[in-house]
Design a protein around this ligand. Structure first.
Ligand code: BV8
Length: 254
């Protein structure tokens, strides 16, 4: 396992030759867009641990507090702009697909920045913070880019509005998860970026890909427990564009 800051020719060549690329991202790829990561001191909000707020139990106990936290994150996500790392992943998708390969981006992020950067073959494993739903009927709404007038906000069918995300203890959307597992059958290169690899079942995908014979590469500012063969240490907004340029000779457009 090599720890380095610059993509070596080996990673670029592997990326160029790959016929089936899977990318898994986490909150770290949105840090350079000004959004907080999920864990660590930066993730806490008014003294609350996000992993305790992101649960059905927390919402049931204090729907106002949980709604206010998510509305603040929703507005931050809407105000943020995709960074060079998001654009590099969208450029990678175009390169792989245009060469006749297969590609899917699996994101744990709920901020919508990959889609705004142009990623199309995108699976939001943990849902979206910009879409909310009535917690009783499940009817979805997309609130406008202004703060809610009250917390919690009444839903259209008599319940409270909750974010359309997967909380801890909730199962991932069946279609999203089956798409992720199916990709392991054709993946020959698995790139994981900006995730602490702490949340399951998403975190388990890297090891499954490696056991299935895929080349595995991680981009992160620090090593993680993810069982990868190569680690490129550095901010994803710098490392990913360099990796895509080295592999395909294209500079991802921001
Ligand atoms: C489920 C949506 C079935 C909400 C989120 C197996 C083993 C152990 C535990 C479990 C298991 N199976 C299930 C569990 C329980 C649980 C779990 O995994 N717990 C963990 C904490 C131990 N999982 C679940 O409950 C899942 N459901 O499995 O259903 C089931 C049901 C009941 C009982 C059992 C099973 C649901 C998990 C989904 C939870 N929802 N998000 C919201 O966003 O508010 S997860 C949340 O964590 C976010 O989505 C976030 O994206 C995700 C992962 O975190 P990261 O993205 O990695 O972010 P983090 O801050 O941790 O790390 C940032 C990284 O970026 C760091 O490594 C940092 O170094 C790096 N970085 C920083 N800056 C940069 C950078 N990298 C590059 N460039 C930079 N500039």
């Amino acid at each position: 396992m090599t720890t380095m800051t610059r993509p070596r020719r080996a990673e670029a060549t592997a990326l160029r030759r790959a016929r089936g690329v899977v990318v898994l991202t986490g909150a770290g790829v949105s840090v350079e867009s000004g959004l907080r990561p999920f864990r660590g001191a930066d993730g806490w909000w008014r003294g609350h641990d996000p992993t305790r707020l992101a649960t059905p139990e927390a919402f049931a106990a204090d729907p106002a507090l949980v709604s206010e936290w998510y509305d603040a994150r929703r507005l931050a996500a809407l105000a943020a702009r995709p960074n060079a790392g998001h654009h590099a992943i969208a450029a990678l998708e175009r390169q792989v697909v245009d060469a006749g390969g297969r590609f899917v981006l699996l994101t744990q992020n709920v901020d919508g920045l990959h889609r705004r950067a142009g990623s199309e073959r995108l699976v939001e494993l943990h849902g979206s913070i910009t879409v909310w739903r009535d917690h009783r009927s499940g009817r979805k709404v997309t609130p406008g880019p202004v703060p809610f007038r009250s917390y919690p906000r009444p839903g259209p069918d008599g319940g409270w509005l909750r974010p359309d995300v997967v909380w801890f203890g909730e199962t991932l959307p069946a279609e999203a998860w089956s798409t992720a597992e199916a990709a392991l059958a054709w993946c020959d290169l698995f790139l994981v970026a900006g995730t602490s690899a702490a949340v399951h079942p998403a975190a388990g995908l890297v090891g499954r890909a490696a056991r299935a014979g895929a080349v595995t590469i991680e981009v992160n500012v620090e090593p993680t427990p993810a069982p990868v063969q190569q680690r490129l240490i550095g901010p994803s907004g710098e490392v990913l564009p360099r990796l895509v340029e080295e592999a395909f000779g294209v500079e991802p457009t921001a």
